[in-house]
Design a protein around this ligand. Structure first.
Ligand SMILES: NC(=O)c1ccc[n+]([C@@H]2O[C@H](COP(=O)([O-])OP(=O)(O)OC[C@H]3O[C@@H](n4cnc5c(N)ncnc54)[C@H](O)[C@@H]3O)[C@@H](O)[C@H]2O)c1
Ligand SMILES: [Zn+2]
Ligand SMILES: [Zn+2]
Length: 393
């Protein structure tokens, strides 16, 4: 089959690799019909190289048609149309029972000290072959895949794999009071979908911050008050002006460690990129190569007693945070990968009953998988209006 493989920093290629097969009774194989490119893939493209091996297949936002099922999978049949959540979870352990599928005790990566396995997401998360491919082996298929009806186009359901549950969790974790205010930092797919969900669930004031003009316009077009962080002198003051001088009740950080405007972080990342892998891994994990500017901004702008919800992905342990400010402002902070299965029952009705979240018009680019390398580059540089790219294998 053809698959998109990682080869090195900013080097991904479509190659022919062996077809996957059923390895465990709980596996299924799906023929991928649509598969998303995500801001999280940009971390692999850029800074997480030390945790990848040349040839690793990327991608964690797939949907398709079931082609084979293992003997332990009763819930799926060949021919079913399914969306595959980006995290791999068993559905019957302590963590899954508590709605923490990202911490699944069956697929946890204990040797790495990390949570549940993810598709296409480094040795830290199990080095499971990803979904930017013609075929995908789905472990724990008795629980993970979400059956969706025939009829609507793939884009109606595709974003259940990641964007929708991630944004939904970001909004739930933000604990926005009824009619209250939320600021979303970063208006990529995750941030923009968070603004739509916050509006849908009854937030009063929704503010969006970014620096890419098309992204700001996109959010404005559905009623978000936007701030271009590259154009105002003092971002916190601009946010306070829209929130009675107090700051928003909640802030969602939908940027993560690829934030613009953290030159020291960039230097450290580049240095890590030049080191031999074992050394670089250590540096990435411990030595403060993070770029925390979006998180610092979130802590600064949220109102006293407010909540910061992080969906942006961070790594590293050594970068200092403003504990004085966090403690003094009495903040609540919640974060983590999305527990996809936990939110599916809340979201699915919104995809079947019309399209209130506007998912069908969400993607800007549909491209053949063969053009994925170019699409990665365009998406990283945010050129050509690339907002959400969907590959068609
Ligand atoms: N928690 C999860 O389960 C989960 C799932 C998917 C994605 N993510 C993470 O969410 C984040 C966003 O994903 P995405 O697909 O929307 O990515 P993206 O790269 O398309 O979007 C990030 C946006 O942030 C903006 N930005 C960068 N620096 C900024 C700054 N200093 N101030 C304001 N805006 C800034 C960029 O212009 C861009 O529009 C990534 O870190 C991704 O890894 C997390
Ligand atoms: Zn994703
Ligand atoms: Zn589990």
């Amino acid at each position: 089959m053809k698959a998109l493989t990682w080869q090195g920093k900013r080097d991904v290629r479509v190659e022919t690799v062996p077809d996957p097969s059923i390895e465990q009774p709980t596996d299924a194989i799906i023929r991928v019909t649509s598969t998303g490119l995500c801001g999280s893939d940009l971390h692999l493209y850029e800074v997480l190289g030390p945790f990848l091996e040349a040839g690793d297949v990327l991608g964690h936002e797939p949907m398709g048609i079931v082609e084979a099922v293992g003997s332990g999978v009763d819930s799926l049949a060949v021919g079913d149309r399914v969306v595959v959540p980006f995290n791999i979870s068993c559905g019957h352990c302590f963590m899954c029972d508590h709605g923490l599928q990202t911490q699944c005790e069956t697929t946890q990566n204990r040797e790495e000290g990390m949570g549940a396995s993810l598709f296409g997401y480094t040795k830290l998360y199990g080095q499971v072959a990803g979904g930017q491919a013609e075929l995908l082996r789905v472990p724990q298929a008795h629980y993970g895949p979400i059956k969706v009806p025939e009829g609507p186009p793939d884009d109606r359901f595709l974003f259940l794999s990641d964007v929708l549950p991630t944004a939904w969790q970001a909004v739930q974790y933000a604990q926005i009071p009824d009619g209250g205010s939320v600021a979303v930092i970063g208006l990529g797919p995750i941030g923009e979908m968070s603004t739509r969900i916050a509006q849908h669930l009854g937030a009063g004031t929704v503010i969006g911050l970014d620096l890419v003009p098309e992204r700001l316009e996109r959010s404005q077009s559905h009623g978000v008050r936007t701030i271009d962080v590259s154009a105002v002198d003092h971002v916190p003051a601009a946010v306070r002006e829209l929130t009675d001088g107090r700051g928003p009740d909640a802030v969602i950080d939908a940027v993560g460690m690829e934030a613009h405007g953290a030159p020291a972080g960039k230097l450290a990342h580049t240095i890590a990129g030049l080191m031999p892998d074992p050394v670089a891994r250590k540096v990435m994990q411990t030595a403060g190569v993070d770029r925390l500017s979006a998180l610092r901004l979130a802590i600064e702008i949220v109102r006293r007693g407010g909540t910061v919800s992080l969906s942006g992905v961070y790594g590293g342990t050594a970068d200092p945070l403003n504990m004085l400010q966090m403690f003094d402002k009495q903040l609540t902070i919640r974060m983590g990968q999305a527990n996809v299965r936990r939110w599916v029952d809340d979201i699915l009705p919104l995809l079947q009953d019309g399209d209130p979240l506007g998912v069908e018009g969400f993607a800007t680019h549909h491209v053949p998988l063969s053009e994925a390398p170019q699409a990665y580059e365009t998406f990283q540089k945010k050129e050509d209006g690339a907002f959400k790219v969907v590959f068609k294998p």
